[in-house]
Design a protein. Structure first.
Length: 380
C-alpha cells in the first residue's frame, strides 16, 4: 500500500481523486486539518478510505482494526506519516472512547458482513454490528466528535438474514441518536451501498480463482442482478456523505447494475486468454440460490420512497419521524428531485450491456486490483 502525499494549494490531485474535480476540492477543504477516527481501517473499504483521507491532509488520522496482520501492513504503508494505527475492537467501549477523544469525524466501517457466517454466529454479530454501533455513538458523545458516518449495506433493506437485520438496526441507532442532540453534539448519518466489485466479500475473487483452476465458474442463478461499484467510487461517496450530512439521513449511492451471468462471462473472456485458455473451455454452471439470498439487490425500500430526495449521484432517505428532527434542515446544493416515484432495486434498473461491463472492469482495473488480495494459489 502506498500513501498519497496530501494535496493543497499548488499541488495536483493524486491519481485516485482525479476526475471528481470540484467534489475533491470541497472534500479536501472539509477534511484538511481535521482529526478523523476510522474503524475497520484494514478492510477493503476501510483501507481505501484511509488512503483517500490521507490525501486530503488531515491533521491526524486514527486507524483502528482488530486484524493485527493487516493493520501492521497498513502502518508500514503510511510510515506514521500523519496516520496512527491502533489495535482495537468496536466491542471495547473504553478503547473507542479513548480514540474518539478530540476527534472531529468518526467513520465507522468495522462490521461482520458475511451472510452465512452471521447466521451461524448471530450473537457475535449482534455484539459487533449492533452494540458496536452503540459504542461508537457513546464514544462520539463523550469525545466531542462533530460528525459520525456509519457504513451500512443493501442487506439492511427488507432484511432476510441476521447480517442485514443487524445493519438495519445500526442505521436506526445512528438516526435515533440525532434525537438526543438537543441542538448540540455530533451529526450522525449512514451511507448505504451495494456490491463493491473487487472487494474481498464480492464474487470477483471467487470467479478469478475458479477461472484459474480451469472452471467451472459457479453462479447461483443467471437471472440474478446486482448493483456494482468500484472500491474507489464507494470510498469517495462515503466521504461525500460525511460532508453533506445534516443528521439522521441514510445516503444511498447511485450505482450501475450488472447481471451476474454477464459478469462471469466477461471475466472468462478477459482472464482465460491470459491463462493460455480459450473462453469456451471454461464452463459456467448454476448451483441454485442459497437460503436467504435474493435474485436482486434493494438499496431503498418502497416505504422509504415517500421521504427520499434525489441528488446528482446519490439518494437521501430522511428520517421517518420528522417531528423529532424538526430543527434539521434537509436541504442540499445538488437536489435533482424532491420526490421519488419508485424504490431503488436492481431488477427495476437497466443493466449494463456486456460490452459496457467489460469496459467498466478494464477501465477501472478491477481484476488487477484484486491480484494483491488473492492468495498466491489463486492469482491469475
Amino acid at each position: 500500500m502506498r500513501a498519497e502525499k496530501p494535496f493543497g494549494r499548488g499541488r495536483a490531485l493524486p491519481p485516485r481523486l482525479r476526475g471528481i474535480g470540484r467534489q475533491a476540492g470541497a472534500m479536501g477543504k472539509f477534511f484538511r486539518g481535521s482529526k478523523v477516527l476510522l474503524t475497520g481501517s484494514a478492510g477493503t473499504i476501510g483501507s481505501e478510505l484511509a488512503r483517500q483521507l490521507h490525501a486530503f491532509g488531515p491533521s491526524e488520522l486514527r486507524l483502528m482494526d482488530n486484524n493485527e496482520t493487516e493493520l501492521f501492513m497498513q502502518m508500514e504503508g503510511f510510515k506514521n506519516n500523519g496516520a496512527h494505527c491502533f489495535l482495537g475492537d468496536v466491542r471495547d467501549s473504553e478503547k473507542l472512547c479513548k480514540l474518539a477523544e478530540g476527534a472531529d469525524v468518526i467513520i465507522h466501517c468495522a462490521a461482520f458482513k458475511h451472510v452465512i457466517l452471521s447466521e451461524y454466529n448471530p450473537f457475535d454479530v449482534a455484539q459487533t454490528n449492533i452494540f458496536g454501533v452503540e459504542n461508537v455513538i457513546r464514544a462520539a458523545k463523550s469525545g466531542g466528535v462533530k460528525r459520525v458516518l456509519f457504513t451500512s449495506s443493501d442487506k439492511a433493506v427488507n432484511p432476510t438474514n441476521v447480517m442485514g437485520t443487524s445493519k438495519l438496526m445500526g442505521e436506526r441507532l445512528i438516526t435515533a441518536a440525532n434525537a438526543l442532540k438537543n441542538g448540540k453534539g455530533a451529526v450522525m448519518s449512514s451511507s448505504r451501498f451495494g456490491n463493491v466489485i473487487g472487494s474481498r466479500g464480492s464474487v470477483v475473487p471467487l470467479f478469478m480463482k475458479q477461472i484459474r483452476g480451469g472452471g467451472p465458474v459457479t453462479l447461483t442463478d443467471r437471472r440474478m442482478t446486482r448493483f456494482v461499484m468500484t472500491i474507489g467510487e464507494a470510498a469517495r461517496l462515503v466521504l461525500k456523505a460525511v460532508c453533506l450530512s445534516r443528521g439522521g439521513e441514510v445516503f444511498v449511492t447511485k450505482m450501475p447494475v450488472a447481471r451476474i451471468s454477464d459478469l462471469a462471462e466477461v471475466m472468462v473472456e478477459i482472464l482465460a486468454p491470459r491463462l493460455g485458455r480459450k473462453p469456451p473451455e471454461i464452463e459456467i454452471v448454476e448451483t441454485g440460490v442459497k437460503p436467504g439470498e435474493k435474485l436482486y439487490e434493494e438499496l431503498m425500500s418502497q416505504e422509504e420512497v415517500s421521504r427520499s430526495l434525489e441528488l446528482k449521484d446519490m439518494f437521501v432517505v430522511t428520517p421517518a419521524f420528522k417531528s423529532i428532527y424538526h430543527s434539521i434542515d434537509y436541504s442540499y446544493d445538488d437536489i435533482v428531485s424532491a420526490g421519488l416515484k419508485r424504490s431503488y432495486v436492481s431488477a427495476m434498473e437497466r443493466p449494463m450491456t456486456k460490452a459496457a461491463l467489460k469496459r467498466y472492469i478494464l477501465e477501472n482495473r478491477v481484476l488487477e486490483a484484486m491480484e494483491g488480495e488473492l492468495p498466491a494459489g489463486g492469482r491469475a
